[in-house]
Design a protein around this ligand. Structure first.
Ligand SMILES: [Zn+2]
Length: 502
C-alpha cells in the first residue's frame, strides 16, 4: 500500500529530527535522546521511584527506547555469542541494559515487595518479564507494547500515528512488525485498552499478516469491527469481548481488565499477572469523579493491586508535564450552556474528536435544551456516532438528529453542526468549510464555531491556520484557551501521583 510508512524503532533512534513540542519550542532531540522530555507510556519500576514521585517526565523513557533497541539486537545474536554479549551488557551503563523486570527475592516481605527491591539487579529464581516498546514511547501515537514471560508473549494495543509535517505523501504511520514476525510462535493474542486510533489504528495491518486473537471491551471491539470491515477482514479474526473485572489466560500470563476514565467509552487498564509478578499497564486514563458517561475509575482495584505488590507500572504520561488535576467532563456542560446562550441567532458549529461519544452526548443534550437540531459532519463522526447510538452509548431523543442535507431547511438559530476537524486535518470537514471546499456547508458571518478539543502536540500550526481562515470569513471562533470547551482525557501530575501512591 502506498502512502503508508512503516516506522522502525531501531532506525529511528539515531535519526529522529527535531520537532516542535507542546510548548511550541523546538526540541533538538538529535543525538540527545537521553535528555528528551518523554511523552507517553513511561515505564516506571516502582522500586526505582525513590524521591522522584512527582509524576514529572524523566529520562527513563529514552532508556526504554535504547533498551528496546538493545533487546531486538540481542535476539539476532547467534547462540554462541550470547555469553559474551551478557558480559558486555553487564559492563554497559545502566541506560542500555535491557529492561528486564525480575520478581522480588523470595525472602523479601510480600507486601510492597516491589518498592523495596531494585528490580532486575539481583538473581531471582522466578522467570524474567520483558517489555518491548514498538511504538508509543517518546511519542504520541502508534502505541504497541509486547510483554514476554517464559515462552509467551502478548501484544498490548496496535495503534497508528499521524505523519509529521515533513513526511510528505504519507497518510499514516504504523509500527514496525518485524519483531512480531520473528516471534510469531510465542504471541498468544492482542489485548486492547480502548478504541482510539493511536491504540487500534494499525490493527488491520497486523491482522492481515498474522492471525492473532484479539481481546477488548464492547465499544472497542465495535470500532475494531468497522475497521476490519473496511479492510475486508470481517469474520476472519477471532475477537473476544471482555468486561472490566474479567480475567483472560494468555499462556503463562493472566490479564485482568480494570475500568478507567478516558475520552472514549469502555476504556480499561490492564493488570498482567505473570509467574514473574504483576505489572500494571494503565492505558490512557484520567481520574474523573463526575464522568458524564459510565462509572468513575476503579481506584479500589488499583489500591488492592498495590497492596498485593506490583513489579512495575506502565503509565499514560501525555499530561505528565501539566500540574494539578484534569478537570471533569461535567465542566464542559456549563461552558456549552453559556455558549449556546451567547450564540443567540447564530448557527453553532462544534468541532470535536469523532470518538468522543460523551462530548457529542453533551452537545445533543444542550441542543435539545435550546431547541436546536443536531447534524453530524465528517465520515468518522457519522460512523462512530452510528455505532454509539446502535449500541446504546449515545442517547438521541427522537427528532433531535437530522441529516446534513436537511440543515438548509431550518433557520440558522435552530442548528448545531457537530463536525470532525478539531486538529485541522487537511481532509476533515471543518478544514473544508474554512477553505470553502465543503460540498454541503458554507460558513461566514452568522456562524458561531466552537473548537471542543486541544491540539495534539505538533498540530498547533494546522489548527491555527483553520481558525484564522474561519475568522477571515467572518465566523466567530471559540477555542479551548478562551472557554472551558474541552477537558483532556489524560491524567495530570496529581492524578499520576495518586495512582503511583496506590
Ligand atoms: Zn486514548
Amino acid at each position: 500500500m502506498t502512502g503508508k510508512k512503516q516506522n522502525s524503532p531501531v532506525g529511528r533512534n539515531g535519526a529522529e529530527k527535531p520537532r516542535t513540542g507542546a510548548g511550541g519550542e523546538a526540541r533538538s532531540s538529535l543525538f540527545q535522546k537521553a535528555a528528551a522530555p518523554k511523552k507517553r507510556a513511561q515505564s516506571r519500576a516502582k522500586g526505582r521511584q525513590g524521591k522522584n514521585g512527582n509524576g514529572k517526565a524523566e529520562a527513563a523513557s529514552a532508556q526504554g527506547a535504547a533498551e528496546s533497541h538493545q533487546k531486538i539486537r540481542r535476539k539476532r545474536q547467534p547462540k554462541g555469542e550470547a555469553a559474551s554479549l551478557k558480559q558486555k551488557l553487564a559492563a554497559a551503563p545502566a541506560s542500555v541494559r535491557p529492561s528486564v523486570l525480575s520478581a522480588p527475592q523470595p525472602a523479601a516481605p510480600k507486601a510492597r515487595a516491589g518498592r523495596q527491591n531494585r528490580p532486575g539487579r539481583k538473581a531471582s529464581k522466578k522467570p524474567p518479564l520483558r517489555a518491548y516498546f514498538l511504538g508509543g514511547l517518546n511519542e504520541i501515537g502508534k502505541n504497541l507494547t509486547v510483554f514476554e514471560c517464559e515462552d509467551d508473549m502478548i501484544i498490548v494495543d496496535c495503534g497508528m500515528a499521524f505523519p509529521d509535517g515533513d513526511m510528505l505523501g504519507v497518510d499514516m504511520v504504523i509500527p514496525d512488525f518485524t519483531f512480531i514476525e520473528r516471534n510469531v510462535d510465542k504471541i498468544r493474542g492482542v489485548v486492547l485498552t480502548h478504541g482510539h486510533e493511536d491504540h487500534i489504528g494499525a490493527l488491520p495491518f497486523l491482522l492481515k499478516r498474522f492471525n492473532f486473537p484479539i481481546y477488548g471491551t464492547r465499544f472497542t471491539l465495535a470500532l475494531v469491527d468497522s475497521k476490519l470491515k473496511e479492510h475486508g477482514l470481517q469474520n476472519k479474526v477471532r475477537a473476544v469481548m471482555v468486561r472490566p473485572g474479567d480475567h483472560i489466560r494468555l499462556g503463562c500470563m493472566d490479564v485482568e481488565f480494570i475500568h478507567v476514565n478516558h475520552s472514549i467509552p469502555d476504556a480499561v487498564a490492564l493488570a498482567i499477572h505473570s509467574p514473574a509478578g504483576t505489572i500494571v499497564h494503565t492505558g490512557d486514563f484520567k481520574i474523573d469523579c463526575t464522568p458524564t458517561m459510565g462509572e468513575m475509575i476503579d481506584l479500589a482495584r488499583f489500591a488492592e493491586l498495590g497492596k498485593e505488590g506490583v513489579l512495575a507500572m506502565f503509565c499514560d504520561s501525555t499530561n505528565a508535564e501539566r500540574p494539578g488535576y484534569t478537570k471533569s467532563e461535567s465542566k464542559v456542560d456549563d461552558s456549552f450552556d453559556r455558549l449556546f446562550q451567547l450564540a443567540e441567532k447564530d448557527r453553532i458549529i462544534i468541532a470535536t474528536f469523532a470518538s468522543n461519544v460523551s462530548r457529542v452526548q453533551q452537545i445533543i443534550n444542550c441542543a435539545v435544551k435550546y431547541g436546536r437540531k443536531v447534524a453530524l459532519s465528517g465520515r468518522s463522526m457519522v460512523n462512530v456516532m452510528t455505532i454509539g447510538a446502535e449500541m446504546g452509548y449515545l442517547n438521541v431523543p427522537k427528532g433531535a438528529l437530522i441529516d446534513i442535507d436537511q440543515i438548509s431547511r431550518y433557520p440558522k438559530e435552530k442548528i448545531v453542526l457537530v463536525t470532525t476537524g478539531s486538529q485541522g486535518e487537511p481532509m476533515s470537514a471543518l478544514t473544508r468549510m474554512a477553505f470553502a471546499d465543503h460540498r454541503k456547508v458554507e460558513v461566514g458571518p452568522g456562524d458561531f464555531i466552537i473548537i471542543s478539543a486541544r491540539p495534539i502536540p505538533g498540530n498547533e500550526k494546522t489548527i491555527g491556520n483553520v481558525i484564522d481562515e474561519l475568522m477571515k470569513r467572518g465566523c466567530k471562533v471559540i477555542y479551548e484557551s478562551m472557554y472551558e470547551v474541552h477537558v483532556s482525557g489524560h491524567a495530570c501530575q496529581e492524578e499520576l501521583k495518586l495512582l503511583q501512591a496506590l
